[in-house]
Design a protein around this ligand. Sequence first.
Ligand SMILES: O=C(O)CCC(=O)C(=O)O
Ligand SMILES: [Fe+2]
Length: 334
Amino acid sequence: MDFTDFVFIKGNGLKGFVDAGLETLPQQYIQPPEQRFDLSQVITEESLPLIDVSNWDDPEVAKSICEAASKWGFFQIINHGITMEALESMKSAVHGFFGLPNDERRKYWKGQSISDTAYLKTSFIPEKEKVLEWKDTLCFRFIPGDDESSSLWPPVCKDQVLDYMKRAETIIKRLLEVLLKSLNVKEIDKPTEYVLMGSLLINLNYYPHCPNPELTAGLGPHADGSTITILLQDDIGGLDVRGTDGEGWIHVPPVEGALVVNVGDVLQIMSNDRYKSIEHRVVANRSKNRVSIPIFVSPGAEALIGPLPEVVASGEQLVYKQVAYKDYLNGFFS
Ligand SMILES: O=C(O)CCC(=O)C(=O)O
Ligand SMILES: [Fe+2]
């Protein structure tokens, strides 16, 4: 079987390739020795905060969130209000989509998708990558209040994605309010909301089981280009975050009912480095098919990003100049 033809041109993705019966890792996925994940670097002395947000108005909750965002750039929240059933149903929907026959999934393959706002891809930017990442992703662009945009989404997961997004939006707003309040932003007005969360993307990640997880990357080390990211992961594990020493990695353990929250580059910039956008990675799994669902909360397409006036008012030195988010993204994807 010709790998490129089968996976990219025919649009079967990595999932289709693994289903076809795979015993060894294709060379496209083999990382050079110096890039391979050294699992001995995973440190167990540190762990990320787990924050109970049942009362968002509690100053202690706000304090924990802002401290976590400054120190680790990552934390998990529980009792956030999204029911266990809704979380389970979202994860099952991912398995539902990736469990479809190849020719059903292929209808959404990037470049030929039947929907303008949903597409399936493999790896990150396979045309540009030297080594591919061990995952497929179904991406959705979410336009609130626009029912038309979801009309051609895959029926197997459409309602779950819409329902989950609606529930998640409440949490996103709460998180941003708390994080910005501590930067002296008293109220998030419409223009600021556009800069913080003018664009919402949700990804359905599928990391198939992998014959040689030690040779490849589920997802290579990266920081998110978002304002914040809210991630739902299943119970398999694989996500690691850079420790505060900048060398080791901390495992993000799956916690039932929890959501992982991380600061992206945009919030680091807007907070003039108060909050940290931290590198993270995903280790592939030898026997299990892992799913994860990040929501990338990002600026609107026309937004300008730079340190917030409220932060600068304190007289601190500006770490960043203002840039158009578009120009920033061009750098991110090249
Ligand atoms: O799958 C995960 O746990 C993390 C995904 C992630 O970091 C990303 O998609 O940017
Ligand atoms: Fe990420």
